[in-house]
Every structure is written in structure tokens, then in C-alpha cells.
Design a protein around this ligand. Structure first.
Ligand code: PMP
Ligand code: GLU
Length: 395
């Protein structure tokens, strides 16, 4: 029998992608599913971006590019950080990868390995723990709670430090909680980072999807010297509805970006040339499309919170960013719903899918038992019908 490496044997399939696949399979069987599993905008990629991808193909821009991305796109990313946050970087400090997930992998692969420890506040996006483990490093989880707004305090960060600590993974706006740290809160964490020997991966992929008075902050800009310790990760998947184009990027200190480029050049070569030109159009074209989608997400946020709060024993905290409702369902543990005993978030989600055809993701996948995640990157009609089903299910 062919062997399976220790690394591959230890990797779990992505719980979010697995949940999405389950819904797809049920739909293929002709079943109606209210699918709130995947964090993926339901909008199509704006036309001017698709046109740019098509034009790139017709213009013959279909060859290998430099492994780290075409110079025009790296320059456009430099301009984006300068204009948006006043962060000054050179194009050599930017590397474009096959989605932000790949950017995270490259950043971790370039910076940590066996014996190193990575600090991850929980709840965290499902892939963080596996991506860390794939490098041979281990992770230390720092639990946050709904009561403290899903925020890790500087004291918690300090207490988590050990001689093996190498990196902190931050994600604001957060998947799954929707928490958006304020500038002051991040500055307090930055001070702990600067006092220790810690580096930071700041995953800012939901930076353009913030609501109400919440504001996204670019962590690297907060204190002098912080940019030298931070790799900032973002991309177009969420803000421009471009999940399938697989485009993410990292911005960081030159020596780290160079190392990431070496990893990438051996691993995947360049990301798709066509997607790179489409991303260039996304960054340099009109931005009204982003605002239109953000507004629709904001309206859906109001709708989903109002509807979920009408359900028995459910109280949904209002997410400040991203497009997820993350709420406690543990009051229903111990009940029998749809003929199934509910004991944890996994059995809750399984019963909701089987009985109500409502597809959610269990909180345990994000390191937070008792909760479930509902992606509201879907139509208001789906949201209303899906919550009606949930209401029947919980009766
Ligand atoms: N980070 C977070 C927090 C995410 O939710 C996602 C969602 N996929 C990613 C990174 C990866 O994005 P991409 O689709 O660009 O790989
Ligand atoms: N980030 C999205 C989610 O959390 C997409 C799925 C994935 O990349 O795992 O649902």
C-alpha cells in the first residue's frame, strides 16, 4: 500500500469546505437546502473584473509570470496600502498567491517549523490550526468569550507567551465571530508584541466588510517597528466576490517575502496570470461595486440578527464585520430535535441539516463548542426561509 505521511495523516479536511460539499451533494439529489455554511459571497464577480480577465486571455497574457506575481499587480497592492493606511512598502515586499489561504500557508512555512509555537486566539478560522501543524510547529489556543466581545486582552497574550512562541495569528474583522478590534485594542496588543520577540500574521481579508461605526485597522501601521515584525495578508475573495479566482497576497519584511517567494516558486510557481490581471482591474477600477456589496451584507446582518433573536433561547451578538453570525445554541443541548439527541454543536448542525435542511457549521470547528456559525453571504429570501425552518426545528 502507498504510504501516507505523518503530516498528511494529521490534517483534517476543512470543516467549512466539507459543510459546503454536503449541501452541494444534497442539492444534486434534488433536495432543497438552506445553505449557510460557506463564507463565500453569493454575488458574481463584477463585470469589469471579468472583462479584464478575458482581455488578458485574448492579449496572450496566459504564460508563466514571475513567481511572486506580475510587477503591475504588486505595484497596485503597494498603492492600495499607501492610499488606505499610509503603509509604505516596496513591490518586493509583496507576494501574490493562490488565495489568502495559500498566502497563510506560505507565511507559516517561511517562518515556523518543528519546535516553534504559534499563538491563536479562539474562536479562529478553521484552517489556522491545520496550516500551523502542517509546518511541524504547534499552536497554543487563547480562548476569548462572547462576554468580552471575542477579544483577546494584552494580559492573555502575555500569559500565553513561552520561550517557543514565534508568531501570533490575528484576524480582525474575524471569521467566525465578526469581531472588529478597535485601533486602541490592537495598539495594546502591539505593545505586548514589541516587548516580546513575537512576530505577527495579521489576516485582514475582511477589511472592506465592516458595518456601523466599526473600522478595520492595518495592524502593521500601529507602532514604529511593527511592520518589520508583521506579515499582512489579504485578498480579493471576499470584498470583490472573487473566491474562485484564487487570489490572495502577503505584505511583509523583505527577507520573509523572499523566503515565501522561494517556497512558492518550488510549490506552485506563479498564481494564475489571468486572475492576476483581473485582480489588477479589481484594485484599480471603480470601487462602487465593493460598497454596493458591503451595504447588502450590512442589510442582511440586520435581518439575520433580528430573525435569530426571535428564536427560542437564541441571542445573536451583532457582528461588526465579515458576514457571519456566530451564536450560542447550548441552551438546546440535552433536547431531542428531529428525533436526534442534541449533545453538542456537531449534533445540532447534523440534526438541523437532516431535519430542517438548514446547513450551519459547528462551533467546535472554530475551537468554540456551544456555538454555531451561519454565513449570511446569501440572499435575504434564503435567510428568511432558512430561519423559518430553524424556528420549526427548534419548536
Ligand atoms: N482567512 C480567513 C479568515 C478566511 O475566512 C478565508 C476564507 N476563505 C481565508 C483566509 C482564505 O481566503 P481565500 O479564499 O482567498 O483563500
Ligand atoms: N473562508 C470561508 C469559510 O470560512 C471559505 C471556506 C474555506 O476557505 O475554508 O467558510
Amino acid at each position: 500500500m502507498l504510504p501516507i505521511s505523518k503530516m498528511a495523516a494529521a490534517v483534517q479536511p476543512s470543516a467549512t469546505l466539507a459543510a459546503g460539499a454536503k449541501a452541494r451533494a444534497l442539492k444534486a439529489e434534488g433536495k432543497t437546502v438552506f445553505d449557510f455554511s460557506l463564507g463565500e459571497p453569493d454575488f458574481n464577480t463584477p463585470k469589469h473584473i471579468c472583462d479584464a480577465g478575458y482581455k488578458a486571455m485574448l492579449d496572450g497574457l496566459t504564460h508563466y509570470t514571475p513567481a511572486a506575481g506580475v510587477p503591475e499587480l504588486r505595484k497596485a497592492i503597494v498603492n492600495f496600502y499607501k492610499k488606505t493606511y499610509g503603509l509604505e512598502v516596496s513591490p518586493e515586499q509583496v507576494i501574490v498567491s493562490n488565495g489568502a489561504k495559500h498566502s497563510l500557508h506560505n507565511a507559516l512555512a517561511a517562518m515556523v517549523g518543528p519546535g516553534d509555537e504559534v499563538i491563536i486566539p479562539t474562536p479562529y478560522w478553521v484552517s489556522y490550526s491545520d496550516l500551523v501543524q502542517m509546518t511541524g510547529a504547534s499552536f497554543k489556543l487563547v480562548p476569548t468569550t462572547e462576554a468580552n466581545g471575542w477579544r483577546m486582552s494584552p494580559a492573555q497574550l502575555k500569559a500565553a507567551l513561552s520561550p517557543r512562541s514565534r508568531l501570533l495569528m490575528l484576524n480582525s474583522p474575524s471569521n467566525p465571530t465578526g469581531c472588529v478590534y478597535t485601533r486602541q485594542e490592537l495598539e495594546a496588543l502591539a505593545d505586548v508584541v514589541l516587548q516580546s520577540d513575537l512576530g505577527v500574521i495579521s489576516d485582514e481579508i475582511y477589511e472592506k466588510l465592516v458595518y456601523g461605526s466599526a473600522k478595520a485597522t492595518c495592524f502593521a501601521t500601529l507602532r514604529p517597528g511593527l511592520a518589520e515584525r508583521t506579515v499582512t495578508i489579504s485578498g480579493v475573495s471576499k470584498s470583490y466576490a472573487m473566491t474562485g479566482w484564487r487570489m490572495g497576497w502577503s505584505v511583509g519584511p523583505l527577507h520573509v517575502v523572499k523566503a515565501m517567494g522561494n517556497v512558492q516558486s518550488q510549490e506552485t510557481s506563479n498564481p494564475s496570470s489571468i486572475s492576476q490581471y483581473a485582480t489588477l482591474a479589481a484594485l484599480e477600477g471603480e470601487q462602487q461595486c465593493v460598497e454596493d456589496m458591503r451595504r447588502e451584507f450590512e442589510a442582511r446582518r440586520e435581518l439575520i440578527c433580528r430573525r435569530l433573536n426571535e428564536l427560542p433561547k437564541i441571542k445573536c451578538p451583532v457582528p461588526e464585520g465579515a458576514f457571519y453570525a456566530f451564536f450560542n445554541v447550548s441552551a438546546h443541548f440535552g433536547r431531542t430535535l428531529g428525533g436526534k439527541k442534541i449533545t453538542d454543536s456537531t449534533s445540532f448542525c447534523a440534526a438541523a441539516l437532516e431535519t430542517a435542511h438548514v446547513n450551519l457549521v459547528q462551533g467546535s470547528a472554530f475551537g468554540c463548542e456551544g456555538y454555531v456559525r451561519l454565513s449570511f453571504a446569501t440572499s435575504r429570501e434564503q435567510i428568511n426561509q432558512g430561519v423559518d425552518r430553524l424556528a420549526d426545528f427548534l419548536k
